[in-house]
Every structure is written in C-alpha cells, then in structure tokens.
Design a protein around this ligand. Structure first.
Ligand code: FAD
Length: 484
C-alpha cells in the first residue's frame, strides 16, 4: 500500500497525523504543492522566507527517515492525480486548512479525486480542536472570548503522537522541483536579515518550546505586556507554519506548570507558576477563537464583522501610510514597533496593538491597509489571528476594544517601556534622551533635543499628527459612522 502524504501548512514530521497514520500502513510519498495563488500571496514576503526555510528542513528530515519530499507547483488536484497515477497510490492523507475558499477547494478536490477512486483523508491538525465545532447552548458560534475559553476548558486535548522512526523507502525517484524553483524568495531581499533572528523549522520550534517551558514561562503573566521583557514564547511563526503542533505546545506547558508547581525545577512559587502557564494557555485559546471565528465568518478577512463599520469615513493619505510603515511617525513606541517588524519580521503583541491603533485611530487609515502590511512583513502572518487582531483594535470585531477607547501612545510607552529600553533598541536616534523624556520628545525644549543629538528635521520634534487633535478627529469619525 502506498499513501501520498500531502503537506500543506503543517511542516513537521513529529505529531502530524497524516504522516504518522500513513507510515503505519506502508510506503509513504510526501509531497508539497505550491499553487499559483499561494505563490502570488507568499513570494517575497517574510512568511514566504519562513516557508522556504521550513521546507528545506522538512525535506532533510524526511530524507533521513527514508522518504524524500517532492516539491511541485500547480493546481493541487492535477498534481495529486498525476502523482497517484504514476505510483499506483489509492489514498492521500493530508490536513485541513481553514482559509476562506479552502473549504470549497477541499470539497471539490475530494469529489474530483473520488471520481477516479482516489480517496482523500482529511485530518484536523492545525489547532487543539476542530474550528467551528465548539458552539454555545443555542448551537451558535461564540462571539465573546471569555465564554469560548470557559467552554474549551471543559474539553480534553489529545496527547501528541510518538515520532516516526523510519519510513518505508519511497517508490518515486527524482522528479522533484528544487526549492529555488518554487520561487518563494523572489522580490525585495529585505528578509535576508531575518536569519539573524530566527531558526525556522521543526528543530527551531522544539528548541524554542523547550527553552520557553523550561525557563522563560516564569514571569509570563506579569511580563508578557512589556516589549523588552523577553517574556513571551515567540512561538507564533512556528505555529503559523505548523513547525510544532498546538497540542504539543499545550501539553508541554501543562506539564511544565505542574512540574514547577510541585517544586521540581526552580523557585517562583506554585501560585505564580500556575498563573504563568495558565496565562500562556489562555493566549493559545485566542488562536482557537480566531480560527473559530474565521470558519463561521470568513468575510472577517477583509470586511468588518460589525456591519456599521462599513460606513466608517476612512482617510486616504498615502504619505501618512508610508511614514507608519517606515517607523517615522514621530511616536517613539509606534516607530520602535514598526522598525522591529521590518528588521525581524516580528512585533511584540502590546506594540502591535498600539501601532495598529495608531494607524486606524490617529491616522484614520483603513485597518485593511495595516493588515496587508502585516501579512507581507510578519514571519507569523496568519490569516485568522491577523484579521482578528486588526478587527479587535479597530472595534469592528465581535469581541473588540470599543472604537472610542483610544490608546495614548505616550502613556502606553511610559507604562510598558518605562525606561525606554525597547525604544532605544529600535530607534537609535533617541538613545541619548533621558528615560523621562524619551516617550514624547516633542514636548522637550529644542535645546535639550539638540544636546541629545536629535537632527533638526527629526519626526520626534514634530510628529505626523498631534495626539489631542487626532483623538477628537477619530471620535468625530466614529460619530459620523454611527449616524449613517
Ligand atoms: P505569546 O504571548 O507567547 O503567545 C503564545 C501563542 O498564543 C502565540 O504564539 C499565538 O499563537 C497565540 N496568541 C497570543 N496572542 C494572541 C492573540 N492576541 N490572538 C491570537 N493568538 C494569539 N498573531 C499571529 O500569530 N499572526 C498574526 O498575523 C497576528 N497579527 C496580529 C495583528 C494585530 C493587529 C494584533 C493586535 C495581534 C496579532 N497577532 C497575530 C496576535 C499576537 O500579537 C501574536 O500572536 C503574538 O504577539 C505572538 O508572539 P508570541 O508567540 O511571543 O506570543
């Protein structure tokens, strides 16, 4: 028996059901197919780089197990049909993706291949639970996170599968595209620098998970909001590309919490440990919530979940958008975040909220512009999490920050980066400013700014927009929307 294992967004050999179960049946032919749409969406983006690197590692790992990965480009139905005919395979094992349109594509593929007696077996491997299956007492999707979280807490998460030790040799020889031929690294080479910050792939994921569970999780509950604390897991790109399974992350952290609470490991206090792992697992449930919403409300990717926001009077200001993208707004915390993103493909969650809020409320620019920029530049770009994050910030999501609650970037900066260490790291021209003055430099006497070496035309002397003015303008826009 030969089974094709079709890798999609889950790029790992451990704890991946399609590979595990196919290997238990006989010979395995692993394949990854890049469709024209995926190429268009990913080529030249930070997550395209991550995909390229993950495929490199996956290919090596599968090769070591005895069944090398085949890389193909084209329409998945056609490629799978041709491959199966060539090797006489009757089954394809793969996992679902929950992107809009994929449900339709997956149904069509099942039908098309079923008509030629080729069975597709779909596994749910992306999340802890199959999205769309958790509903409230009335059989409806949850719209509020707290209730969703409470409901999920009653469920059991399956333990991870044992790793495969060897695969029967693949019957296919040669005939694979090279990674370079997939063309994921085309376009601007800004992501060349990402390698200094990340080790994409399964090995990197497992190392990151082990380090986080073994050490860094202590202090997560309190530290996770401080961008320079190094307290968060940085697991998001690994989860986005399935380099590690969500259920492994879940179990490793649950066990770490239990071990720390019972005194094995370091000090820190049982209550503190439980609070830390509990706070982390709660964040993981936000990911479940995002996918649940995506399955129920696929239009959330580019349209407001709350209909009223369709009438929001967004501005059209390409110059302001360019300054936001380049980290030149003149608001130090916002700019530090946008520059961290450009340099590393990552931005801390607290700063994402502040920078995103600045775009939609201070600049009145559409959240879809910000979401598109994040999709291009984030190594963890994820359709569900990104759309939910932006709709939360905008106020157009079902469980969202109300639009009229407007972050004050200066106050956020003083609170979450009190010593300005995060700002100094990413906005070097402000390094010489004292802690107390670094959050709102335009309020400082110009002679002091001169002494600190700030250029006369620096945006930190005159930001892109005044906070008080922007706040009133945003509230007025919100009033206009509500009268439509
Ligand atoms: P940790 O704090 O260690 O959290 C652990 C894991 O939980 C994360 O890896 C992630 O998978 C999940 N998680 C944490 N916070 C959230 C959240 N708010 N929503 C959903 N899942 C969460 N996350 C992405 O993975 N991809 C995106 O494209 C993305 N876009 C965002 C856009 C905006 C405007 C905002 C406000 C948030 C966005 N997030 C996105 C959520 C969040 O910022 C990141 O998941 C988090 O910063 C990743 O860092 P970490 O792994 O160190 O997080």
């Amino acid at each position: 028996n030969t089974v094709i294992v079709w890798f999609r967004q889950e790029l790992r050999v451990q704890d991946y059901d399609p590979l595990f179960w196919a290997a238990s049946l006989g010979r395995v032919v692993p394949v990854f197919i890049l469709s024209a749409e995926e190429h268009q969406r990913l080529s030249g983006t930070a997550s395209g780089w991550w995909l390229h690197e993950s495929l490199k590692e996956l290919s090596a790992a599968l090769g070591r197990l005895g069944a090398p990965l085949f890389l193909r480009q084209g329409e998945p139905g056609e490629v799978l049909e041709e491959l199966a005919a060539g090797i006489g395979a009757r089954e394809i094992y793969t996992s679902r993706s929950y992107e809009p349109d994929s449900q339709r594509m997956e149904d069509e593929l099942t039908q098309r291949l079923g008509a030629i007696q080729l069975e597709v077996v779909w596994f749910h491997n992306r999340l802890l639970f199959e999205p769309g299956t958790i509903v409230n007492g009335a059989g409806e999707p949850y719209r509020v996170f707290t209730a969703f979280h409470r409901r999920l807490a009653q469920e059991q998460v399956y333990p991870p599968l044992p790793p495969p030790t060897a695969l029967a040799p693949s019957p296919v020889q040669g005939d694979s595209l090279s990674l370079e031929e997939l063309g994921l690294l085309k376009g601007p080479n800004w992501y060349g620098k990402l390698a200094a910050h990340w080790q994409p792939g399964e090995q990197g994921a497992l190392r990151q998970l082990e380090e986080f569970a073994g050490e860094h999780v202590t202090g997560y509950a309190e530290g996770r909001d401080y961008p320079d604390s190094g307290c968060t897991s940085r697991l998001s790109p690994y989860l986005a590309w399935g380099n590690v399974s969500a259920r492994r992350v879940w179990h490793v952290l649950r066990e770490a919490g239990e071990a720390l609470s019972s005194g094995i490991g370091r000090s820190g206090g049982a209550d503190g440990c439980e609070a830390d792992t509990g706070a982390f697992l709660r964040q993981l449930v936000w990911r479940e919530f995002a996918y649940d919403q995506l399955v129920h409300f696929p239009h959330m990717v580019d349209s407001p979940m709350r209909k009223a926001y369709a009438a929001f009077p967004w501005a059209d200001d390409p110059q302001a958008l360019a300054r936001w993208k380049a980290g030149q707004t003149g608001y130090p915390l916002v700019d530090a975040g946008m520059r961290e993103l450009w340099e590393t493909g990552m931005m801390h969650n607290r700063v994402r909220m502040v920078a995103a809020s600045f775009l939609v409320k201070h600049l009145l620019l559409p959240w879809t512009e910000g979401a598109a920029w994040f999709r291009q530049t984030l190594v963890d770009a994820d359709t569900a999490n990104n759309a939910m994050g932006w709709q939360w910030v905008t106020g157009s999501g079902f469980d969202a920050a109300p639009y009229f609650r407007i972050f004050n970037p200066g106050a956020q900066s003083r609170r979450f980066d009190p010593e300005g260490s995060y700002i100094r790291r990413w906005v070097p021209e402000l390094r010489q400013l004292p802690d107390a003055l670094i959050h709102e430099p335009w309020k400082v006497a110009s002679g002091v700014l001169d002494q600190c070496g700030l250029a006369p035309d620096s945006p930190y002397r005159k930001p892109v927009v005044d906070h008080a003015f922007a706040r009133e303008r945003a509230l007025e826009a919100y009033r206009i929307m509500n009268t439509q």
